[in-house]
Ligand binder design. Structure first.
Ligand SMILES: Cc1ncc(COP(=O)(O)O)c(C=O)c1O
Length: 374
């Protein structure tokens, strides 16, 4: 009997993909051509020095590329533990903190589990919660965009949330929570509370690590993509109770950190003074940009505790973003967050980049007609 060799129609293939996936859209970042000043992704404007790269090239030459890395990059795990003053058992290192967020999804969340997220926050969290088909409660901000700690604590308690996530300083607003506010949410939660500290190096409120001593349900998430300037290397890590880390180890990908990334991070940690100096320069950039924006007619700024700042102007945000891109300056439009319609976000650049942004902004604001909807 002849076998039917007709190919399966693509729609029949796609129906096997979970609806929770098909409903989502891909995470993409616009990169128009002709951009000289890239201030759209909260990266550090400072690459590693030539001298450090030379040193690293010799370290890379020693790497046995035919061998798998160890399950966790143990040397880096120890160095990070020392940097944060915690036990190495409290640390899990991943291929960027985004990857660890996906591991939270796998390890903690069954369909229908109650989850609490503040708004507006880094969009990856909502994506992972929806991919895991959780029962999501979102908590709106106060009028000044600050997270509402009381409302978050109440939502976590009422829903008996399995997971609540706080981002401090928050992306996209740049606003930090106080330690008291974080602890209020943690105390009200019987479930896990992730405190994403991606921008901790810039945060005058400091870290929430000390909560770990009092609350084993706290997980601190860090990245080397921002203050450390290693976004291209992909390294993030988690600090939590050793028992929680041990469980997460069962859900994580094997060999998620490659040997090159480990060597790179170790070299940067050995020169932590350079990281600190660059963080100070980025903080100074944000101060300069904030003051310059505040001095422009009709521009409103949300003062930030991170390496980026959001602002609105009298002209439509999408037209302004396009006009800036025409001038070679890339910033991010925050219109995807309903609360932040009309806002643009700019990251700290070098002094030259900040000046180029401010000059391009001033010219563009003069040229474009005001937003009729405003
Ligand atoms: C709050 C927050 N968490 C995590 C990340 C991403 O970190 P990573 O580069 O380690 O995946 C970002 C990046 O913009 C962020 O804003």
């Amino acid at each position: 009997m002849a076998v039917d060799t007709a190919p399966t129609p693509i729609d029949d293939v796609l129906q096997h993909i979970r609806p929770a996936v098909r409903e989502r859209s891909e995470y993409t970042v616009d990169m128009p051509s002709g951009i000289d000043v890239k201030l759209n992704q909260n990266e550090s404007p400072f690459d590693l020095s030539e001298e450090m790269k030379e040193e690293l090239l010799s370290a890379y030459a020693q790497v046995e590329m035919n061998r798998y890395p160890t399950e966790q990059p143990e040397e880096l795990r120890h160095a990070l533990a020392e940097y944060d003053g915690v036990d190495p058992e409290c640390i899990l290192v991943g291929n960027g903190s985004n990857e660890i967020t996906y591991t939270f999804g796998l390890a903690f969340l069954d369909p229908g589990d109650p989850v609490v997220l503040p708004r507006p926050m880094f969009s990856l969290y909502e994506k992972v919660m929806r991919l895991q088909e959780t029962d999501l409660t979102t908590v709106p901000p106060r009028d000044n965009f600050r997270f509402d700690a009381e409302a978050l604590a109440a939502a976590a308690a009422e829903t008996e949330a399995v997971l609540t996530v706080l981002t401090t300083p928050n992306n996209p607003t740049g606003l930090a929570m106080t330690l008291d506010e974080i602890e209020r949410v943690v105390t009200a939660s019987s479930g896990l509370v992730v405190v994403d500290e991606a921008y901790v190096e810039f945060n005058p409120e400091g870290t929430a690590i000390e909560l770990l001593d009092r609350h084993p349900n706290v997980l601190i998430l860090r990245t080397l993509s921002k203050g450390f300037g290693l976004a291209g290397v992909r390294l993030g890590y988690l600090i939590a109770h050793p028992e929680v880390v041990r469980e997460l180890m069962k859900a994580r990908l094997p060999f998620m950190v490659d040997r090159f990334a480990e060597q790179t991070a170790l070299a940067v940690l050995r020169r932590i003074d350079r990281v600190e100096e660059r963080v100070r320069r980025m903080q100074a950039s944000i101060e300069t940009i904030t003051e310059a924006l505040q001095a422009m007619d009709g521009v409103e700024v949300v003062p930030s505790q991170a390496n980026f700042v959001i602002f609105t102007t009298p002209v439509p945000a999408d037209a302004l973003q396009d006009r800036l891109a025409d001038r070679g300056v890339l910033v991010r439009n925050m219109g995807g967050y309903p609360e932040l319609e009309g806002y643009l976000r700019v990251s700290a650049g070098t002094e030259t980049e900040n000046n180029a942004f401010l000059a391009a902004l001033e010219k563009s604001l003069h040229e474009l007609p005001p937003d009729p909807a405003a």
